[in-house]
Design a protein around this ligand. Structure first.
Ligand SMILES: *Cc1c(COP(=O)(O)O)cnc(C)c1O
Length: 747
């Protein structure tokens, strides 16, 4: 039975703690606190200012702190003792968890998961958006269900950009510069006790890669870093920036992730049973593993087969143009020596021409190396991230993929995304344990009992979340307005912005043009009438970044910003800067309606709507991505239908009309309809439906069960069969030769 993967680390910072509080060190260096809000309160109680500034406990504990006051505070000390007891129990008690109860004997080793980004918490800026947040939620859930697991990624010291918007609506980019000794990460210790380094050969030099780790509950994630003094100045920035723009640099990054990642696992003595490529960025791991087999004397074709057996792939982009590609000349030049052993393919390498041939894309262009095509051809199974996306992707990649692309619909890690007021209400009233959604209880899951929760209580919890959003957003908006030189009267007015009694619509996501963030403004007068209705007003909050290279996306920001400051809409439309996991948490918990109106079928899944739904917000969305399966008729609204007009302008206009109609005829009247006690009973019923219909189906708990049963276990089994077959073949060969020898001797 595989057990939890342990990766020994050397903490980034050294600081003293009072002996009675020494247990806090391990707690700080484990992102367990990222989904246990009570733990975060402890950091805030130790040093509120430092916690709020850094949103991570290392600077808090590193001090200076006046510990004597805290040591004398009996309620603080009792709380710490209780939290440490919960934390240690969480780490130790895997045996009652779903995976261990049902499947532990079927997986001979851990699953290794490769992804270019991880969204674990806002202060660990190694993610840009949906893919990273999904990967982070995946890690947390493997920990919750005690699935033996290890993540592999990159340690981006300059992460993803911080966004500000100037007074003209232009997006400005600023890249942070992380001090790793102030983050909850540690250098991985090699088996010799020294900080681990692995090496990959690049043309003319060896690139050294340092290995860091972040601990996510029971699950470690190792992070590769080229910014160390041993490397050439030109090589040190390889892992600095997420999805760096230059093609050659990006290729280097992906070689570090794929090849460096395999070598780091080997150096740690970790032998994965299954290799999961989350998106094609890590595809070189497949070539590296084939190279390993060849180096031990396995024939090349057999090596590809062996790699294929225990690897699985998740595709995240519905259109082929969205997939990562590199010019074959570039790959040959940069990766050739690394993979085919300096051109000495005969002596233990994979010929680069063969690699390039396997990586031809759906269009057959021989000058492009397609990371998705390469991954599909070399994996045991592949999945898309919603059922609709599976249909689209399967059509795109038919003929390339040796297996049909099936859907394993995304989910979210509920404890990470549920607002405190709501989760406390669910825990208090329905005994809900969000850490253990798949707990089997006599009364069935708590979300089937939401109707026993009184309307007044559910509404009060939601209104508390709305108020928290308003308080948070006002502070952010005041800073933004002050930076733009707005008048003191305007700054004063911000104090009453986002009144929680007003129906609030949220829209937050990357600003790419196909997401049509401006759809609400297709008919400005009609929109203004909806927003400014005297008895039944509506307000909208936007947030989102555009990729630094995406000019049209940046123009969308400018448009929204302009609207938010226009005479007509000012005071009802707001845009928050620097969308990240923190803003995301406030928004999904604190709005009434979550709006999503992409051009179908370009949204692979989308997960923000799931987060909103579980908090009781109601989705109003195009039937794209997850909503195509999530909408069940009575848990929100669908904009438009499933047929798309090839004339984009016409489609946009008709979707906008439908959106206005839904708001005017359905959403607004239902929201403002109050019963004798002044409660919006009909709306709260809808909130219950929204929560109950999504809590399980769109949780990462359900998603991980699907991954385990449909992807991981079959791959582990295929590998076992291959290994058994290979072993018996070898035995047969030995028998044959023994027989031959015997025959010889006999003769
Ligand atoms: C959830 C989340 C996303 C992904 O949501 P989409 O619906 O796919 O846009 C992106 N960014 C952040 C910060 C998130 O929390």
């Amino acid at each position: 039975m595989p057990t939890r993967v342990i990766v020994p680390t050397i903490p980034g910072a050294s600081f003293r703690l009072p002996p009675q509080l020494e247990g806090l060190r391990a707690l700080a260096y484990n992102l367990y606190w990222a989904w246990h809000p009570r733990t975060r309160v402890i950091w805030s109680r130790i040093d509120r200012k430092t916690w709020n500034r850094h949103r991570n406990p290392i600077p808090v504990l590193a001090g200076p702190v006046d510990w004597s006051l805290l040591l004398d505070d009996t309620s603080f000390m009792a709380e710490v003792r209780e939290l440490l007891r919960d934390f240690n129990r969480y780490l130790e008690n895997g045996s009652d968890r779903w995976f261990v109860r049902h499947h532990a004997s079927e997986l001979p080793g851990p699953v290794a998961y490769f992804c270019a980004e991880y969204g674990l918490y806002e202060s660990l800026g190694i993610y840009s958006g949906g893919l990273g947040v999904l990967a982070g939620d995946h890690m947390k859930t493997t920990s919750d269900m005690a699935l033996p697991f290890i993540g592999v990624g990159l340690m981006y010291r300059r992460g993803y950009f911080h966004q500000t918007i100037d007074a003209d609506g232009h997006q400005e980019h600023a890249y942070p510069d992380y001090d790793l000794s102030r983050l909850p990460v540690g250098r991985v210790q090699g088996r010799d006790g020294e900080p681990l380094k692995v090496t990959i050969a690049l043309p003319g030099r060896d690139l050294q890669i340092a290995v860091w780790a972040v601990q996510v509950g029971r699950t470690p994630v190792i992070l590769l870093d080229t910014d160390i003094p041993e490397n050439d100045d030109a090589d040190r920035p390889i892992t600095h920036i997420l999805y760096v723009r230059g093609r050659e640099m990006r290729l280097h990054q992906e070689l570090v992730l794929g090849v460096g990642g395999v070598r780091a696992l080997r150096a740690l003595g970790i032998d994965p049973a299954v290799w999961h490529l989350n998106e094609g960025h890590s595809a070189f791991l497949l070539a590296e593993r084939a190279r390993e087999f060849v180096a031990t004397g396995v024939e090349l074709d057999t090596a590809w087969d062996r790699v294929r057996r225990d690897s699985v792939f998740t595709i995240h982009t519905p259109v082929s143009a969205g997939n990562e590609r590199f010019a074959t000349d570039l790959v040959r030049q940069v990766a050739g020596p690394l993979l085919d052993g300096d051109g000495r393919a005969q002596t233990g390498g994979v010929p680069i021409d063969k690699v390039l041939e396997i990586g031809v894309g759906a269009d057959g262009d021989p000058t492009q190396f397609d990371m998705t095509g390469f991954s599909l051809r070399l994996t045991n199974d592949a999945n898309a991230v919603s059922q609709l996306h599976a249909a689209t992707a399967d059509t795109t990649w038919r003929g390339i993929s040796p297996h049909p692309i099936r859907g394993v619909t995304n989910g979210i890690h509920v404890p990470s995304w549920m607002g405190n007021a709501m989760s406390e209400t669910l825990a208090g009233e329905l005994d809900a344990d969000l850490d253990d959604l798949d707990e089997e209880s006599d009364v069935g899951p708590f979300w089937n009992h939401l109707d026993t929760l009184s309307t007044a209580e559910l509404w009060a919890a939601h209104q508390r979340e709305k108020l928290e959003l308003a308080i948070f957003a006002r502070r952010r908006l005041r800073n933004q307005f002050a930076r733009h030189g707005e008048a003191p009267t305007v700054l004063d007015a911000v104090e009453s912005a986002l009144d929680p009694d007003i129906l609030t619509i949220g829209f937050a996501r990357r600003f790419a043009t196909y997401k049509r963030a401006g759809l609400l403004f297709s008919d400005l007068d009609r929109m203004a009438r909806i927003l400014w209705n005297e008895d039944r007003p509506v307000q909208v909050v936007f947030a989102g970044k555009a990729h630094p290279a995406d000019r049209p996306g940046q123009q969308v920001i400018q448009e929204i910003f302009g609207r938010s400051r226009s005479e007509l809409l000012r005071g009802r439309v707001f845009i928050l800067e620097d969308y990240d996991m923190r803003i995301g948490r406030y928004l999904v918990a604190g709005v009434d309606v979550w709006l999503n109106n992409p051009r179908r079928p370009l949204e692979a899944s989308g997960t923000s709507g799931m987060k909103a739904a579980m908090n009781g917000a109601v989705n109003v969305s195009v039937l794209d991505g997850w909503w195509d399966e999530g909408f069940v008729g009575d848990n929100g609204w669908a904009i438009g239908g499933r047929e798309m007009n090839p004339d984009e302008g016409a489609q946009d206009w008709s979707d906008a009309q439908d959106l206005y109609r839904i708001l005017e005829d359905d959403v607004v009247p239902r929201y403002y309809q109050r019963d004798a006690d002044g409660l919006p009973t009909a709306w709260v019923d809808l909130m219950r439906r929204s929560m109950a219909s999504t809590m399980w189906r769109f949780s990462t708990t359900r998603m991980l069960r699907d991954y385990v049963e449909r992807m991981y276990l079959p791959a582990a089994e295929a590998a076992r069969d291959t290994a058994t077959a290979a072993a018996s073949e070898a035995a047969e060969r030995r028998n044959v030769s023994r027989a031959a020898i015997a025959a010889n001797q006999g003769g």
